[in-house]
Design a protein around this ligand. Sequence first.
Ligand code: SF4
Length: 327
Amino acid sequence: MLVDQYGRSHTYLRISVTDRCNLRCTYCMPADGINLRAKDAILTFDEIVQISEMLVEFGIRKIRITGGEPLVRKEVENLCGRLAQIRRLQTLALSTNGANLSDKAAALRRAGVSHVNVSLDTLRPERFQSITRRDRFSDVMRGIEAAVSEEFTSLKINTVVIRGFNDDEILDFVRLAVSLDVNARFIEYMPFPGNDWRKERYVPSNEIRSIIETKYSLEAKQQEESVHGPAADFRVIGTNATIGFISTMSAPFCYGCNRLRLSSDGRLRVCLFAQEGIDLKTPLRNGASAQELQALILGALADKWEKHPGEEELEKKTHGHMIGIGG
Ligand code: SF4
């Protein structure tokens, strides 16, 4: 039912449960932070479950919990437990920076989270400190170890590749993936308000791939997941590891977009780069029916563009802060 004018069926909902974070990554969180949303402006767990149940009725089959940093929201594992009970939801996933993961991994697994992505842009503690403005590298590595031992259905390490910062660590991340039997995913650097994106600083996926292929052989991998994500995945031949590329800038994949994004203040975006989202919180709190909310959502989908605006337009950064959207 969540089909736009280009025939794209939206089956994947990303829910940002907070705009707070325990790190200060330079490409996401402006140095002087952002105006955090007041507590009553944030959706309650009941409201998140209500909206999720309604959207699963409309066709959503995969939910990913994001932030800010979702593991800083108190008892987020309880929210996960309630979402996992929603009939017809196939996949419950979570994206985290890993800093609090060692404390939460077991509880998330028990709650029904099956897919975990950990954002990590360097394997060098001093660089970690410079890009996150926090000294939590060892906590993140402990978090990854805890997630490996919990044997989630899928564990991915997401790395934003920035030229002149961490593009010399690409092979190190592949080695990590091979040693842990997990997926290493390389994300092209994208322009967002508050970050210092410039064309010469983003490394296109084909360049990342050619660096990897100096040491490893890759084989294209079929999409196994019922609800696909944005990455092009490859098997690392001779290992159990896989590699993924998210090429939003060099090879946009909007033709197959299946994603909707709900921000922590109840705004639904039909695209990562949308300037605004439609407000679901106010009508929900005013007792709107599922049909009324559905009409709002279908209205937004009817206006969804075919593909994101090109580099030049994105460089103007008129879209929202990454921290408030949740990637
Ligand atoms: S840029 Fe927007 S339209 Fe394109 S794939 Fe991402 S969310 Fe979908």
